[in-house]
Write a protein that binds this ligand. Structure first.
Ligand SMILES: NC(=O)c1ccc[n+]([C@@H]2O[C@H](COP(=O)([O-])OP(=O)(O)OC[C@H]3O[C@@H](n4cnc5c(N)ncnc54)[C@H](OP(=O)(O)O)[C@@H]3O)[C@@H](O)[C@H]2O)c1
Length: 288
């Protein structure tokens, strides 16, 4: 076997057994998922059909990724064995009504819409549909994502395994009870925005001390990356890792005192709680 045929053989083994993948609502998150799936060769571009609301956006996705892209959801889901929904939460119900006649009975539906429960999707389709709820984040775009998955009543172990293959290829995934998903939305799905604000602010500290902004941002972003990697690699409590940095009567303790005085911990805790509350409200009336 030549090396090139070995490569194509192994990417075939790696690929998901999906005849047609429909990505509904290829916006910021949907495009991140599309890009992750294609770059990890889980599904070939020729098997992917994506939809958006506006044709010019569809044309640019088609050109960029070599997929079929348009604005007709019913056409996209027809014959699809895997449907990835990345619409705004308030649009999911209308979408399900629009496509339910065209959806294969055995299609696996993975919905990344915040707040929309698997029960709502099953109810709207009016049958025991195979549904998985996913809560990813945008670093999926560079394979550093964090995704929580929850299975609906009728999803099989195989469906969960398929969802894990997809999201593991874009970072990490965990399988959780669905009751945790609103909290996870406020934590890891919204989380990148909090972290960008933290990076921006720390970098401003460097700028205040005379560091060039680009250098300051690089120092800061890599510091967060390194510290995060330490937490994951060591499994240590973050407080213990913090203590290692904090020399008695050194500089770090002075910085920490400022953070305590500014209420950093309480502020971050409240941010997660507020975002999770909002996640719960998005389609609350439709879920029950
Ligand atoms: N952004 C995140 O970090 C993140 C993380 C986790 C979960 N989510 C969830 O992902 C979902 C999408 O969020 P987003 O930030 O990616 O929003 P977004 O960028 O606004 O994407 C929504 C996409 O849906 C398309 N669209 C609108 N109506 C449609 C319709 N009827 N049929 C087909 N496509 C339609 C839009 O098309 P046009 O581009 O043509 O307008 C747009 O591309 C939300 O439910 C959110 O809760 C987002």
């Amino acid at each position: 076997m030549t090396s090139s045929s070995k490569v194509s053989q192994s990417s075939k083994e790696h690929a998901l057994q999906v005849r047609k993948l429909a990505i509904i609502g290829a916006g910021k998150l949907g495009e991140a998922l599309l890009s992750g799936i294609l770059s990890s060769q889980l599904v070939p571009a020729s098997h992917v059909e994506a939809t958006v609301a506006h044709q010019p956006r569809a044309d640019s996705l088609a050109e960029k990724y070599g997929i079929k892209a348009h604005t007709e959801n019913a056409r996209a889901v027809a014959g699809a064995d895997l449907v990835l929904v990345a619409l705004k939460p308030q649009q999911v119900r209308g979408f399900l009504q629009e496509v339910k006649k065209h959806l294969r009975k055995d299609a696996v539906i993975i919905s990344a819409a915040a707040s929309v429960t698997t029960a709502l999707i099953e109810r709207e389709l009016g049958r025991p549909a195979r549904v998985i709820r996913a809560m990813p984040n945008t670093p999926c775009l560079i394979r550093q994502g964090m995704t929580a998955l929850a299975r609906g009543k009728h999803a099989t172990d195989q469906d969960v395994a398929t969802a894990r293959r997809i999201f593991d290829s874009m970072g990490r995934s965990v399988v959780v009870d669905e009751k945790h998903l609103d909290a996870i939305t406020g934590l890891s799905a919204s989380g990148p925005a909090y972290v960008y604000m933290i990076i921006e602010s720390l970098a401003e500290g460097g700028v205040k001390l005379g560091l060039p902004r680009e250098l300051s941002t690089e120092l800061c972003a890599q510091t967060l990356l390194g510290a995060s990697a330490m937490v994951l690699a060591t499994g240590e409590h973050p407080a213990k890792l913090k203590d290692v940095v904090t020399t008695p009567a050194g500089c770090t303790i002075d910085g920490l005192l400022e953070l305590e005085e500014g209420g950093l911990r309480v502020t971050l805790i409240k941010a997660v709680v507020r975002a999770a509350e909002r996640a719960k409200q998005l389609v609350e009336s439709q879920n029950s």
